[in-house]
Design a protein around this ligand. Structure first.
Ligand code: SAM
Length: 438
C-alpha cells in the first residue's frame, strides 16, 4: 500500500486519487534534535558503540520474529490452475525460489467463495501460497500466477464481499466486538457463505497472534527493555477487559464461542489483533465523506514488504471495488506484498500491531524507533501520537536498554527457544544497533 497500513490502532491506506486511507500514513516531519539526551548517558552510548562491531548481520526483509513452522495441511504440489509450486520470480523485493500453492480444503472453499462473490477473475492472476522464510517457517501470502503489467489490477474485490465493521475511529475494541460477534454467529450457523473466509483467518491462540505483545508473557514483555511498549500493551489489555465487561459479558444476546462455551476477554483480545493486523480504513461515498473499517477477503492476505510499490485503492460503497494495482511489473511467482503503515511504522508498532519484526536490510523499522528515542522523530501512533517523546520517557527507555550490551543480548538470544522471548531479544538488539547508527 504505497502508503498503506493494515490496522486501525493506526488505520489504513491511501493512494493518489484514492480512497482507502491510512492514519498511519500521516507524515509527521521531524524537526528537532536532542543530542543532550545522549550526553546524559555517555556510558550507554560508549557501550553501544563498542558492541556494534560484534553484532551479527541481519536477514531479509521477510525475516520472521516467529520461528515455528506454519501448518500447511493439504497444500499439494499441483497448482491452483493446473500447475504446481511456483518458482523463480523476483517479488517487489522478495525472491521466491519455491512457493507451494495453498490447495487445502479450506483454501478451495475460500476460492469458491470468491468465485460466487464475483471475484473469481482474481484466481487467474494470483493465489495463496506458502513462502519459505526460514528452514522451519513458511508464511502464507499472495503469489502471482502470471505476469502483470505496471498499472494493471492485481487483486479486485467487490465491496459487497468485504466485512464492514463500522465507521473509522481510534478505538480498535469497538470493531473487534462487531467482528467477534459476526465471527461466532457465522461459524455457528449452518452453511453461511462467509464461513469459508472466516476459516482462513489466523486461529484464536495460533502462533500468528501470539507474536503480538498483547499475548506476551510478563517475562517476554520485560525482556523487550521498552517501558513504553509495556505501558501501552498493558493499557490496551485493560481497555479490552473494560470493553468486554461493557459490551460482551453483559449482553445476553452475544453468541457463544465456536465450541459452545461463553466467549472470553481473550477472544476479544484476539479479535482486536485481527483488527489491527488486517483491517483497512476505506473512504465511503465521496459525498458522504465518511470512512469505514473493512475486512477485505484475499486483499487482507497480502504480506508486508516496505519496498513494495503496489497501490491500494477503492471505495467503501455499494458497487465499489477494493483493489491492489501493480506499482511495478509483476512476474509469475512474485509475492504480492504491500507496504503496511504507509511506510511510517517502526518495529515498536510492527511488534504490537502485527506481531512480527520488519527486519529489512535498510533497518528503517528499527531506525524509526531509535530516532524517536533520540528525540529526532515524532511518535506516529499509539500513546502520544504526533508528539515527540518526553525527555523523562526517553531517559527511562534508554536506561532500560542500557542494562545489557548487544553482546550480552546475543548470548542470551542463543539460549532461547520460546518465540516471544526471541522476538523480545531481537527487538532490543535491533534498537540498540539503530541507536548507534542514528
Ligand atoms: C494482513 S495479514 C497478511 C496475511 C497473513 N500472512 C495471512 O496468512 O493471513 C498480516 C499478518 O501477516 C503476517 N505478516 C505479514 N507480513 C509479514 C512479514 N513480512 N513477515 C512476517 N509476518 C508477516 C503477520 O502475522 C501479520 O499480522
Amino acid at each position: 500500500m504505497t502508503t498503506t497500513t493494515f490496522s486501525s490502532r493506526r488505520h489504513i491506506l491511501i493512494v493518489a486519487q484514492a480512497f482507502i486511507v491510512s492514519l498511519a500514513s500521516r507524515n509527521y516531519v521531524s524537526n528537532a534534535f536532542a543530542p543532550e539526551l545522549l550526553s546524559k548517558h555517555p556510558y550507554f552510548v560508549r557501550q553501544l558503540r563498542q558492541d556494534h562491531g560484534t553484532t551479527t548481520s541481519r536477514s531479509s526483509s521477510l525475516h520472521m520474529a516467529k520461528t515455528t513452522k506454519k501448518k500447511n495441511s493439504g497444500s499439494s504440489s499441483t497448482g491452483l490452475k493446473g500447475f504446481g509450486s511456483v518458482g523463480g520470480g523476483s517479488a517487489s523485493s522478495t525472491s521466491v525460489s519455491h512457493v507451494a500453492l495453498d490447495r487445502s480444503k479450506e483454501a478451495r472453499a475460500f476460492y469458491d467463495f470468491l468465485e460466487k462473490g464475483n471475484a473469481g477473475d482474481n484466481l487467474s492472476r494470483c493465489a495463496l501460497g506458502f513462502f519459505p522464510i526460514s528452514k522451519d517457517f513458511q508464511l502464507r501470502g499472495v503469489i502471482a500466477l502470471k505476469p502483470i503489467k505496471r498499472g494493471d489490477v492485481i487483486i479486485r474485490i467487490p465491496y459487497e464481499l468485504a466485512v464492514n465493521l463500522g465507521q473509522e475511529g481510534a478505538d480498535p475494541t469497538l470493531p473487534a466486538v462487531e467482528l467477534l460477534r459476526d465471527y461466532c454467529q457465522t461459524m455457528l450457523s449452518d452453511g453461511a457463505e462467509k464461513e469459508a473466509y472466516y476459516r482462513m483467518l489466523p486461529a484464536f491462540g495460533g502462533e500468528d497472534c501470539m507474536g503480538s505483545t498483547d499475548f506476551f508473557s510478563d517475562e517476554a514483555l520485560e525482556a523487550l527493555q521498552s517501558p513504553l511498549i509495556v505501558e501501552e500493551t498493558l493499557k490496551r489489555r485493560e481497555k479490552v477487559q473494560t470493553r468486554f465487561q461493557l459490551d460482551v459479558a453483559t449482553d445476553d444476546t452475544f453468541p457463544t464461542w465456536i465450541d459452545g462455551n461463553p466467549v472470553t476477554a481473550q477472544h476479544l483480545l484476539w479479535a482486536v489483533w485481527l483488527i489491527t493486523s488486517r483491517v483497512l480504513t476505506v473512504q465511503g461515498n465521496a459525498e458522504e465523506g465518511k470512512s469505514y473499517r473493512l475486512l477485505i477477503p484475499f486483499l487482507d492476505m497480502c504480506n508486508h514488504d516496505r519496498s513494495s510499490s503496489h497501490i491500494l485503492t477503492g471505495r467503501a460503497e455499494s458497487g465499489g471495488e477494493l483493489k491492489v494495482v501493480a506499482g511495478s511489473n509483476v512476474k509469475k511467482g512474485d509475492a504480492i506484498d504491500i507496504c503496511y503503515g504507509g511506510g511510517m511504522a517502526g518495529n515498536d508498532r510492527f511488534l504490537q500491531d502485527y506481531g512480527f519484526l520488519d527486519d529489512g536490510s535498510d533497518h528503517k523499522a528499527y531506525n524509526m524507533v531509535a530516532q524517536q528515542l533520540l528525540g529526532k522523530r515524532r511518535i506516529v501512533e499509539g500513546i502520544g501520537a504526533g508528539r515527540f517523546l518526553s525527555e523523562p520517557d526517553r531517559i527511562k527507555s534508554l536506561e532500560e536498554l542500557g542494562k545489557t550490551s548487544v553482546q550480552d543480548d546475543q548470548n542470551i538470544l542463543q539460549s532461547l527457544t520460546e518465540p516471544s522471548m526471541k522476538s523480545a531479544l531481537k527487538y532490543r538488539i535491533g534498537i540498540k544497533e539503530a541507536l548507534v547508527r542514528n
